[in-house]
Design a protein around this ligand. Structure first.
Ligand code: FES
Length: 162
């Protein structure tokens, strides 16, 4: 028999192998394709929230100062902002006319910088942890509150003791 002639047994073995490979591919890729399909069972990415406005703060010794006027994102009660300084980044909320809270912007989960908000919550972009204006964990995976800093407000200037 010539070398390249197929017998019926060769042909059925080839068909069997082709079918087995198709089944193996479907079995392997099926779950992956299902996860990418956006169906109701697929995992959802954590929300990153709406990006926070940023405000510059200056540092002198252990004090950050931030000037707040009517145009500032912190100009009205309920305002939220990231305060960026040479000493670090802070999350600031205006909780009343003369009252603010200041938190570190470094997430207590894996140290990502918190850059977003949703409603009155700060939202970490990495894994979706959410924190209250007072720093409490409202949604994990973070389990520890954000450290807070004492604040004072006078004459349109917010001071944060760091
Ligand atoms: S680092 Fe913030 S949720 Fe993971």
């Amino acid at each position: 028999m010539p070398h390249d002639t197929l017998t019926p047994a060769d042909d059925s073995r080839r068909q069997f192998c082709a079918a087995a490979c198709r089944l193996a591919s479907v079995a392997t890729l099926g779950p992956l394709l299902g996860a990418c399909g956006g169906g109701s069972s697929s995992p959802t990415a954590p929300s990153t929230g709406t990006p926070l406005s940023t405000v510059a703060g200056s540092v002198s010794g252990r004090t950050v100062t931030v000037t707040i006027d009517g145009a500032s994102p912190l100009g009205a009660v309920g305002g939220l902002a990231q305060v960026r300084t040479a000493a670090g980044v802070f999350l600031v909320s205006r909780t009343a006319e003369d009252t603010f809270t200041a938190l570190t912007a470094t997430c207590t989960h894996e140290a990502c910088e918190i850059t977003g908000f949703s409603g009155a919550r700060f939202v970490c972009p990495c894994h979706g942890s959410q924190f209250s204006a007072g720093g409490a964990v409202l949604n994990g995976p973070a389990t520890r509150a954000l450290p807070t800093f004492a604040t004072a407000f006078s004459g349109g200037v917010l001071t944060i003791a760091i």
